[in-house]
Design a protein around this ligand. Structure first.
Ligand SMILES: [Zn+2]
Length: 308
């Protein structure tokens, strides 16, 4: 059992909590920290989907208020993927994150997830405004979950671009580095709110924040696909695309380029699933994540009722 574990900050990435623990205790290596936390030295403390969380919770000091489920829902990327997974995929990934079954997250899922966070390119990101706020409120900066999504370059709160920190991680994380040890510049670069791509990005950032707060969306990718077909037939969508087809195409290309960090790997990414692409599609069709997934939830309820 460990004598102390840092209280997580709001929207703090699980990796960030472990990094602060490692720095606080002065552990010399990544594996030494994992062992102290009761986690297998072969476990991944991955930036997106960490594993072995039950073992960590069993090591926490008496009286703690944490659970594996809390860490997963509030401090990992799983909620962003959840509505796009089948029930079977979701249970499989969640079980692997809770348990001691290192490597049991489905290979395809891991392959997808590696593209989710900017750490896939060895990069962690931060918002200068959030860093200033965090230092004022908490006395230190930390890695925000919402800032580590590959393709999302904006902070919704401060309406500025995210900055890259001095850190290079393997996709599954092979070292613990606190935000405080990696952040240099603090000048915020404001976004151009008249720029239509920035405007849509702010909408998608809102959708991401909304998805992170959801815990009971249905796992019905089949209904999501049908929802897209409906969008295609919606009059507003049709009109929007007829009137602004050029803009939509330009925006989509900008997104794909952003997702890939330059565009030359667009072919590599194209067969992969990425929640951000789905959210952009929904936004371009004139919906929000809340309105779109609200419809999916109703359909899921209807289809269950018709089965009974
Ligand atoms: Zn911010």
């Amino acid at each position: 059992m460990i004598g102390h574990f840092p209280d997580p900050y709001p929207d703090e990435l699980f990796y960030s909590i472990c990094s602060r623990f490692s720095a606080l205790m002065g552990f010399p290596s990544f594996k030494a920290t994992l062992c102290e936390l009761g986690m297998s030295k072969y476990a991944s403390a991955g930036v997106a989907l960490p594993q072995n969380l039950d073992a960590l919770v069993a090591q926490l000091p008496p009286g703690h208020a944490y659970s594996s489920d809390l860490f997963i829902d509030k401090h990992t990327m799983l909620p962003l993927f959840a509505p796009f997974f089948t029930e079977e995929q979701y249970v499989q990934v969640r079980t692997a994150m809770n348990g001691n079954s290192v490597g049991s997250i489905h290979r395809a899922t891991v392959s997808i997830c590696h593209h989710l966070y900017s750490g896939s390119a060895g990069v962690m990101r931060f918002c200068p405004g959030c860093v200033a706020n965090d230092r004022e409120i908490h006395g230190e900066a930390y890695w925000h979950r919402v800032h580590q999504i590959c393709g999302m370059d904006l902070c919704l709160v401060h309406r500025c671009h995210l900055e890259q920190a001095r850190i290079h991680l393997a996709p599954c994380a092979d070292m613990f580095k606190t935000a405080e040890s990696c952040i240099e510049r603090l000048e915020a670069r404001r976004i151009d709110e008249r720029n239509p791509i920035h405007k849509i990005s702010l909408g998608v950032a809102n959708d991401i924040a909304w998805l992170f707060d959801q815990t009971d969306l249905p796992h019905r990718p089949d209904l999501i696909a049908r929802g897209y077909i409906d969008l295609l037939y919606e009059r507003a969508y049709y009109k929007r695309f007829k009137r602004a087809g050029g803009f939509v195409e330009k925006t989509r290309r900008a997104l794909l380029s952003e997702l890939d960090g330059g565009g030359d790997g667009l072919v590599r990414l194209s067969p992969k699933f990425h929640p951000l692409e789905e959210l952009w599609f929904i936004r371009l069709a004139g919906h929000t994540a809340e309105s779109f997934f609200g419809g999916i939830a109703s359909r899921a309820t209807d289809s269950q009722d018709s089965v009974r």
